[in-house]
Design a protein around this ligand. Structure first.
Ligand SMILES: [Zn+2]
Length: 129
């Protein structure tokens, strides 16, 4: 599992070239001497160790693939937004699709100096803040 990022050429982002530190970390956390049982392993995994942090990222990616958001991209005007949706936490009704986000497209006269919230699955619009 730890070696998967290496096979995919994603070592720079997720590591994965060295198994020993993760095995050592697991043994230290569980205080196990010779073997680690499933419950101990799962408790260690819940800490989201760096070596498997790609796993929740992969999960978000796979969920986002089929996500349709009832929102329009403020840059390219795509509607609905498919995939990841990035919503501004500062500006009302400002959304960016994943294509514009990943390619770094900008809006004239608009500075991206504010946090964006990433959505990988559609959210309910049945509530008003
Ligand atoms: Zn867009």
């Amino acid at each position: 599992m730890i070696m998967i990022p290496k096979q995919l050429g994603e070592v720079a982002a997720f590591g994965g070239s060295n198994v020993d530190p993760s095995v050592k970390s697991c043994f230290e956390y569980t205080k196990a001497k010779e073997f680690i049982n499933l419950e101990q392993f799962l408790n260690w995994i819940k800490l989201e160790p760096q070596s498997i942090v790609w796993l929740p990222v992969l999960h978000r990616l796979s969920v986002a693939e089929s996500a349709r958001h009832e929102a329009k991209c403020s840059i390219c005007k795509e509607y609905p937004i498919i995939g990841f949706r990035y919503r501004s936490l500062k500006h009302f009704n400002f959304d960016i699709c994943q294509n514009c986000f990943f390619s770094g497209r900008k809006v004239k006269g608009f500075k991206f100096d504010h946090p964006l919230l990433e959505y990988y699955s559609p959210i309910s619009h049945n509530f008003i803040k």
